[in-house]
Design a protein around this ligand. Sequence first.
Ligand SMILES: [Zn+2]
Ligand SMILES: [Zn+2]
Length: 247
Amino acid sequence: MARLPVSRTLDAILAVAWAPRCAACDDPLEHPTEGVVCGDCWRRVRCIEAPFCERCGVGLAEPAADRVCADCDRTGGPLTARRAAGVHAGPLRGIIHAFKYEGRRSLARPLAQLVRSVTGDWLQGADIAVPVPLHALRRWRRGFNQADDLASHLGIPVLPALRRKRHTGRQVALSRAGRLSALGDAFALAGRSRGRSTVAAIRHRSVVLVDDVITTGATVEACAAVLRRAGARKVRAVSAALAVAAR
Ligand SMILES: [Zn+2]
Ligand SMILES: [Zn+2]
């Protein structure tokens, strides 16, 4: 993209006067007008391009005949198929951390753009994007829900169809089974969303759940179960990052 002389000049002034640093790697930003993360960090994001497992979303070393990884071939894989733009490591981890915990909400747009460029074929087949909700208390403390922000830039209608009933706390220390049971009844359908009955808006629709990071997938499965009970025709999940090592 050709850069306007005015933004080049502005970059030079900002770089000296304000000395902003990249929100992910902390190096000085050469082009502050282009965003809070440097071009180098964006270029170094490890995207999960084909071939990848069509159930759990992990990248595959080589194409598999049935397009699933060995794990999913053996176990059937997760009930809800998932995909992510990249691996939750390196620069992507830093970018998401800045977005979520340092209030860098301007990162929602480029992150969503990354999700669109990698998982666009899935998004095109979906009728509605449903963000994974935060508990009201956490939403209030953070000031925003990162999944809402991401979903709003995916180019499909967003329906805040779910609410989080319980404040489940941090699940990091729990095993996969522990997380699944801890989250079993944590989510419910919102009575109404965007002024209409949520059930009517969900029924027979193809839904894509949106979260910033998918770790064990327990959250995604708990949310998907609620949407399926409400009559969704198909539920899949996309996220900016997949925490592969935590599986
Ligand atoms: Zn950087
Ligand atoms: Zn798999």
